[in-house]
Design a protein around this ligand. Structure first.
Ligand code: FAD
Length: 451
């Protein structure tokens, strides 16, 4: 594999093959790290400056962890890799003929391209719902959800109208997959344990948390026994679990479930995903949610120089079932592609087809129980919770973050406190003019506070 002519944005002096990796999530970062010693110029591009550990994002959204506890600057992660440079920016296209990716008006030339741009939330064609029901994918999403949750309690504390107060204390989580289940457990614990003693007018115990799932059970990808354990555990915590009920509208008032209207100030979307537009960039086949259909070599086009991996790819296992969009799949695919690129660089043949080694499915329900399915093994309860915790700490990227997260968890395990209860972006949210318009001047005075 020889280097082609240098192009805009690339090192013009280098004659080494250029490997461009778009996306520094679990998949892309694994490729980059595995190629640390490869005789190639590696360009790692991401539209964020940090790598994010998404499995713990719900804890940022519910004030259990701070963003920096689960995110790391990409530059620092590849600091020691002399063959790797990092570019911050959003890729908007790929020119397969000229072999470059388009990044903020620059053409970044490649000899081998790896697209690992992940997925985002999908609203089943109802894009207008996004404003009322934010999803959870980035640090910004998590801090926005945290802001909405905490602000709803603050507003409820000042709200004289009982119906509006109950609306402010109603939280709907749409989607009963792992993210929805974990969010529901964490939200109800935030309200009923961490906030319980901190308010004088409202009673956070009155918070109504609904988890709405269109299918017949929670955690559809888990064995049924674990789904029902998760459902019962959530009900015990006080979550109103609604199965077989689809959200038919998300609007400023809250949500509609068919004929039922649920007034809720906070709605969180954990229901659908849409892959990044990599399929459109390449002009190749995709599935219903936009994932690029790849072969057993994780390439969309046979014998090409392009790999697509992680959540943005649709890869099948040996039985023909699609691999799930989870971190272990992304990481193993990253390792496979790095090996395939190493083989190309050294003139060896391609490795055998990609094979996913199952690492199990895990989900936690609050601070005391979790469910784990690993092969034929089924675990539930506190022991599963500890295993879940150990696994997540183990997979965090740096020792610093492992220590911080472990300390925070141990503290909140014994105290039920949430240390990261910061409401950001308050200037606009608590603008006095806005509040006056809403409540009338008199209601802002202390004497008129509701009993
Ligand atoms: C809330 C939540 C909880 C989860 N919990 C679990 C869990 O408990 N266990 C588990 O195994 N999995 C979990 N997952 C799934 C897991 O996080 C994903 O499967 C995994 O992150 C996929 O890795 P990836 O590298 O394909 O994509 P990502 O990790 O999403 O990385 C994609 C990267 O590409 C970048 N990017 C996207 N578009 C562009 C562009 N146009 N230009 C430049 N850069 C771009 C993004 O900024 C991002 O850094 C969870 C996901 C979420 C959202």
């Amino acid at each position: 594999m020889g280097a082609s002519a240098p192009d805009g944005g690339n090192d013009v002096n280098s004659q080494r093959p250029r490997v461009v990796i778009v996306g520094a999530g679990f998949a892309g970062l694994t490729v980059a790290k595995r190629l640390a010693k490869a005789p190639a110029d590696i360009t790692l591009i991401d539209r964020q400056n940090h790598h994010l550990f998404q499995p713990l994002l719900y804890q940022v959204a519910t004030a259990g962890l701070s963003p920096a506890d689960i995110a790391w600057p990409i530059r620092s992660l590849v600091r020691r890799q002399r063959n790797t440079r990092v570019l911050l920016g959003a890729v908007t296209g790929v020119d397969r003929t000229r072999k470059h990716v388009i990044l903020d008006g620059l053409n970044i030339a490649y000899d081998v391209l790896v697209l690992a741009t992940g997925a985002s939330h999908g609203y089943f064609g109802h894009d207008s719902w996004a404003a009322h029901a934010p999803g959870l994918k980035t640090v910004d999403d998590a801090t926005e959800i945290r802001r909405r949750l905490l602000l709803a309690f603050e507003r409820a504390e000042m709200e004289p109208d009982a119906r509006e107060r109950q609306r402010l204390l109603t939280i709907v989580i749409v989607g009963g997959g792992p993210t929805g289940v974990e969010m529901a457990g964490a939200v109800v614990e935030l309200a009923r344990k961490a906030l319980a003693a901190d308010f004088r007018t409202i009673d956070p115990q009155q918070t109504h948390v609904l988890l709405v799932e269109a299918g017949p059970r929670l955690l559809a990808s888990f064995p049924e026994s674990l789904s029902s354990h998760a459902e019962q555990a959530l009900r015990r915590l006080g979550v109103d679990v609604r199965l077989n009920q689809a959200v038919t509208e998300c609007a400023a008032f809250g949500v509609a479930l068919g004929d039922e209207r649920v007034d809720a100030a906070t709605v969180i979307w954990a229901a659908g995903v849409t892959a990044s537009p990599a399929a459109a960039w390449l002009g190749v086949a995709s599935d219903r949610v936009g994932r690029v259909v790849v072969g057993p070599d994780l390439q969309p086009l046979a014998a090409d120089d392009i790999y697509v991996i992680g959540d943005t790819a649709l890869a099948l296992d040996a039985a023909g079932a699609s691999l799930p969009g989870i971190a272990p799949v992304a990481k193993q695919q990253g390792a496979y592609v790095a090996a395939a690129i190493q083989a190309r660089l050294s003139g060896r043949g391609a490795p055998p087809a990609f094979h996913y080694r199952d690492q199990g499915l895990l989900a936690t329900v609050g601070r005391k129980t979790a469910v784990i399915a690993f092969g034929r093994v089924r675990l539930r309860g506190w022991f599963a919770w500890w295993l879940w915790g150990i696994a997540h700490i183990y997979f965090l990227v740096s020792l610093r973050n492992r220590l911080i997260v472990m300390t925070q968890w141990l503290w909140s395990y014994v105290s039920a406190e949430r240390g990261a209860r910061l409401i950001t972006g308050l200037h606009s949210a608590l603008d006095p003019d806005r509040l006056r318009r809403r409540h009338g001047d008199a209601r802002l005075s202390d004497e008129r506070k509701p009993a």
